[in-house]
Design a protein around this ligand. Structure first.
Ligand code: 2PG
Ligand code: MG
Length: 409
């Protein structure tokens, strides 16, 4: 079982050009690598990162502490990292460092065991069988993910979710949808500016506008897609005046609730992520009560609300604030804790969507994670950006390898 013989950390740039770390661990001549994304619209309770230079010093610290030890499982290495850090939010070692070590180690372990990474991750989870997630593809960017000078729309993400569960089919459908959307945007003089996640920028204040344009496209698009949004409302919330605001527009909680009711019915939305601020639980519950009355199948997804924390997920499930969750490994800082959070959400009957961050690298770990733990969705941005495309391509690679295996049987 792996004994880490050497570690190397370097500083690289993410898709926004910001500094992040890449870590390579060696066990003999086997190598496991990982690089770490970072978020912009972060939840207050997310695990903390440390500056890249300090993260690399902490890698040396980890290596000194781990010297001579073998680790037989993800739990062992992750518990070792958690103890060495000694805080609830990884503020000593930094969640960027702990996650880089944890993911790099998972790759080492899967190679030593001679099994694909997704199988290793599946064995760590309570899920009975892996399955392909639906692709949640953010193609109109807004909110904090767009330069403010472009007057972006208030909601951070307007997503298409192809109906097929085949990643290859879903990606094809997404590319053809994007082509059609260009045709809808170009007469408006739009379609040539992009946000952080590679989606188009549309200017305006009307929170419905992005969906209206997607709907126009859906009518000419050959293929079936659902829609979703990530309102990322914590970044719209003005705690002083107790309103949600975006430039000159303002909504109180009830007004925003009316917007959600309207758009979810009009566009037959599949999901709404972070509809309200992470501390405005009562507003979340009102939306959930409305779903109950309507018998609506809408997914109400916590992100900043739940920050991939088993503790937060339990609290929010108990009060009925959501029925689904975003799972982001760097919100917690180790692979085991990430999988435990997803397992717990499942126990409450929640939907699970594995997600990238807005500043990404070419690491495709989340694709193996989403498939391995049988997530309902994988949210990884627009395929027009390489750092996002690699995640979708990795799923397709898994899909192809399974087809080949079944041919051999
Ligand atoms: C989100 C994410 C990813 P960020 O809010 O879901 O799309 O954004 O990484 O900036 O938190
Ligand atoms: Mg979000």
């Amino acid at each position: 079982m792996p004994k880490i013989s050497a570690a190397k950390g370097i500083i690289i740039n993410d898709s926004r050009g910001e500094k992040t770390i890449e870590v390579a661990l060696l066990s003999g001549d086997i190598e496991g690598k990982a690089s770490i994304p970072s978020g912009k619209s972060r939840g207050k309770m997310e695990a903390k990162t440390v500056p890249v230079e300090r993260a690399l010093e902490n890698l040396d610290r980890f290596m000194r502490a781990a010297s001579g030890r073998t680790f037989d499982s993800m739990r062992e290495i992750d518990n070792f990292l958690i103890e060495l850090d000694g805080t609830e939010d990884k503020r000593n070692l930094g969640a960027n460092l702990t996650l880089a070590v944890s993911i790099a180690f998972s790759r080492l372990l899967s190679k030593e065991k001679g099994i694909p990474l997704h199988e290793l991750l599946r064995n760590e989870s309570a899920v009975a069988a892996p399955s392909f997630p639906r692709l949640f593809i953010n193609i109109i960017n807004g909110g904090l993910h767009v330069n403010a000078s472009l007057n972006p729309l208030p909601f951070q993400e307007q997503l298409i979710i192809p109906k097929t569960s085949s990643p290859e089919g879903a990606l094809k459908s997404a590319f053809s949808f994007i082509e059609s959307l260009k045709g809808v945007l170009s007469p408006r003089g739009e379609g040539d500016r992009f946000g952080d996640e590679g989606g188009f920028v549309v200017s305006g204040l009307n929170p419905e506008l992005g969906l209206e344009l997607l709907d126009e496209t859906r009518r000419i698009h050959d293929g079936e897609v659902d829609f979703g949004i990530d309102a990322a409302s914590s970044s719209l919330w003005n705690g002083k005046d107790k309103v949600y605001e975006w430039r000159e527009s303002r909504w109180n909680g009830d007004e925003l609730l009316e917007v959600y009711k309207w758009i979810s019915e009009r566009y037959n939305l599949l999901s709404i992520e972070d509809p309200f601020d992470e501390e405005r639980e009562e507003e979340w519950r009102k939306l959930m009560r409305w779903l109950g009355e309507k018998n609506s199948g809408l997914w109400v997804i916590g992100d900043d609300l739940t920050v991939t924390s088993a503790k937060k997920i339990r609290e929010m499930a108990k009060v009925g604030a959501a029925n689904g969750v975003i799972i982001k490994p760097n919100q917690r800082g180790t692979v085991s804790e990430t999988i435990a959070a997803a397992d717990l959400a499942r126990q409450f009957g929640w939907k699970v969507i594995v997600s990238h961050r807005s500043g990404e690298t070419d690491d495709d770990f989340i694709a193996d994670l989403a498939y391995g733990i049988g997530a309902d969705g994988l949210k990884a941005g627009s395929p027009l950006q390489q750092e996002r495309l690699v995640k979708y391509k990795r799923l397709i690679q898994i899909e192809k390898s399974l087809k080949n295996e079944s041919k051999l049987e």
